[in-house]
Design a protein around this ligand. Structure first.
Ligand code: HEM
Length: 144
């Protein structure tokens, strides 16, 4: 193969590579960016924890909880779910909520509290709904 052909082939491969992967990458972390990146997510979680502790529907669950640790792990988890560059380092959702007796109504209450925390940060309702939708599949592991 001559040099010109080689260049042509290389540029086709590069174009294909860009077409396949670049938009996907950008779209993948779109939610993370809409939530304000890591500082935005940290603020959402910092706002969420006092809302949860003031919520009589669910605050009994958190009486003995290590709230600072929970905040760190929730921020990691939200970041990862939103396509950000984090790796959640906590327990899996079944182990973390085992024997707690969390019911569907408790799950909905927490989701509502999270929505309020996101409103406080002026997160768009589209982005807010997307994060809630990412959490919805975890319900089966949390509610037993
Ligand atoms: C999508 C919904 C939920 C998510 C993403 C979530 C996430 C988490 C995470 C990341 C942890 C820490 C795990 C670890 O220690 O390694 C945790 C613990 C815990 N969660 Fe959830 N959770 C959810 C729903 C709920 C609900 C509905 C309740 C009760 C109303 C609840 C109560 C707790 C409690 C009490 C702990 C233990 C905290 C501690 O012992 O320090 N969670 N959850």
């Amino acid at each position: 193969m001559n040099t010109k052909n080689l260049y042509q082939r290389a540029s086709v491969l590069i174009a294909l590579g860009l077409a396949c992967c670049l938009p996907a990458r950008a779209a993948d972390d779109a939610l993370f960016r809409e939530l304000g990146g890591q500082p935005g997510i940290d603020k959402i979680v910092a706002d969420l924890l006092p809302i949860v502790l003031a919520d009589a529907r669910i605050n009994a669950f958190f009486q003995k909880a290590d709230m600072p640790k929970l905040g760190v792990l929730l921020a990691e988890q939200f970041c990862q779910l939103a396509g950000g560059p984090c790796v959640y380092s906590g327990r899996d959702m079944v182990s973390a909520h085992d024997q707690m007796g969390v019911k569907a109504a408790h799950f909905s209450a927490l989701a509502e509290d999270l929505q309020i925390a996101m409103e406080t940060s002026k997160i768009s309702s589209a982005a807010s709904n997307q994060l809630i939708a990412k959490l919805a599949p975890l319900k089966r592991a949390v509610v037993r």
